[in-house]
Design a protein around this ligand. Structure first.
Ligand code: CAA
Ligand code: FAD
Length: 379
């Protein structure tokens, strides 16, 4: 077993950490407060090559691997979880399926633009009545000559409104349940495609979450990804890797909160000594650090499996489940270490705690991760 990162992976971590500290962290609290997405940060990520980390250079990527990708999401989320999910949704949800299932023309056009960061991506699966139960979606795509006409709506779409390229799932055969779903690449500006409500959220407030509306939206058949009826498989296999991106986000959030708690415990004095001198606090920090490290190992392992073409679906569901629960527990304890100050916006730990909650909900709630893992164990 190999636990050492390669020289390139270490270099990438240093580069992303510097970028995160210099260009992301300084405005993280303000963007959270103002619910403001900053396209300039995404553009800088593109300049650094982060928007196409695992894709070959011919498709605009930097030819690296999935371990490097999760390191990047982790480092960004360590200072700003919204920036972490912007990259995660863009790369593992919008770009990966085009890399995996796209034909050459789709890769040269859509994947290239996503990888270079010329375009920002989004993944549109969930609907008002179809969250965990994906197969019950109602959005339809009806064949009309050489086009498909999409009608329906999608909700909760990360990067919604600000993204340029959307991977949209719709039923081409409404009577066929999951076997009747197909995937389409839809560009912003396509007639009949508009944006609805932007959600006001507890956390990841500088990541826009928006409703998408399709009214007689005509999409050429060349924009279908994979074959008709292959959409459910495309959606599920995309989530297999995407969930590990959320695990990386959770690791970053938890590490950020842990770092803040350790620094504060060493500095804050009560009863004539630092609070870290109390075993009640140092044991808490020890448990937090152990859980963060275990989450990181699960996340890197799942990424390593994917990079090495080994099955990674179960590992990814496990990393998302464990790291998400860890992020929630660790950030809650971090607020506790800060006492009353932790409950205010004077320190970042309240933001970490609000941001952590989403990692137990999206890309499949943690109940759904247990369902996925349980089915794999018992099938
Ligand atoms: N890869 C390929 N195929 C898969 C698969 C996978 N990972 N998982 C299932 N399938 C196939 C099955 O083999 C089966 O194929 P056959 O019909 O040929 O037998 C078919 O798909 C149906 O599978 P299930 O019976 O397991 O389907 P189900 O309806 O019971 O649903 C589920 C399974 C796991 C609950 C699924 O609906 C699910 O993952 N729900 C959660 C939704 C989710 O994660 N949404 C995330 C939205 S994106 C997001 O949130 C973005 C963000 O965070 C930024
Ligand atoms: P429901 O499915 O209604 O679940 C409600 C509760 O019931 C949950 O606790 C759930 O775990 C539980 N439950 C449901 N079924 C079962 C079961 N079989 N066994 C046990 N418990 C069960 N979607 C996208 O497509 N693209 C995005 O970019 C995207 N980004 C998001 C960003 C944010 C901020 C949020 C909040 C959501 C986002 N989502 C996105 C949607 C997200 O994936 C769904 O919210 C999630 O899958 C849960 O669906 P739901 O909200 O409809 O909850």
């Amino acid at each position: 077993m190999q636990f050492k990162l390669t020289e390139e992976q270490e270099m990438l971590r240093k580069m992303v950490r510097d970028f995160a500290m210099n260009d992301v962290e300084p405005t993280a609290a303000e963007r959270d407060e103002e619910e403001r997405f900053d396209r300039g940060i995404f553009d800088k990520m593109a300049e650094l090559g982060l928007t196409g980390i695992p894709w070959p250079e011919e498709y605009g990527g930097i030819g690296s691997d999935y371990v490097s990708y999760v390191i990047a999401v982790e480092e960004l989320s360590r200072v700003c979880a919204s920036t972490g999910v912007t990259l995660s949704a863009h790369l593992s949800l919008a770009s990966w399926p085009i890399f995996k299932y796209g034909n050459e023309a789709q890769k040269r056009n859509f994947l290239y633009r996503l990888a270079t960061g010329e375009a920002l991506g989004a993944y549109a699966l969930s609907e008002p009545g179809a969250g965990s139960d994906v197969a019950s979606m109602k959005t339809v795509a009806k064949k009309d000559g050489d086009d498909y006409i999409i009608n329906g709506s999608k909700v909760w779409i990360t990067n919604g409104g600000v993204a340029d390229i959307y991977l949209v799932f719709a039923k081409t055969d409404p009577d066929a349940k999951h076997k009747g779903i197909s995937a389409f690449i839809v560009e912003k500006g396509t007639e009949g495609f508009s944006f609805g409500k932007k959600e006001k959220k507890l956390g990841i407030r500088s990541s826009p979450t928006t409703e998408l509306i399709f009214e007689q939206c005509r999409v050429p058949k060349e924009n279908m990804l994979g074959e008709e009826g292959e959409g459910f498989k495309i959606a599920m296999s995309t989530l297999d890797g995407g969930r590990n991106g959320i695990a990386a986000q959770a690791v970053g959030i938890a590490q950020g909160a842990l770092d803040a708690a350790v620094a504060y415990a060493k500095e804050r004095e009560q009863f004539g000594k630092t609070i870290a001198m109390n075993q009640g606090i140092s044991f808490k920090l020890a448990d937090m650090a152990t859980a963060v490290e275990a989450s990181r190992l699960l996340t890197y392992q799942a990424a390593w499996l994917e990079s090495n073409d080994l099955p990674y679906g179960k590992a990814s569901a496990m990393s998302k489940l464990f790291a998400g629960d860890t992020a929630m527990a660790v950030t809650t304890e971090a607020v506790q270490v800060f006492g009353g100050y932790g409950y205010t916006k004077d320190y970042p730990v309240e933001r970490y705690m609000r941001d952590a909650k989403i990692t137990q909900i999206y890309e499949g709630t943690n109940e759904i991760q247990r369902l996925v893992i349980g089915r794999m164990l018992t099938k």
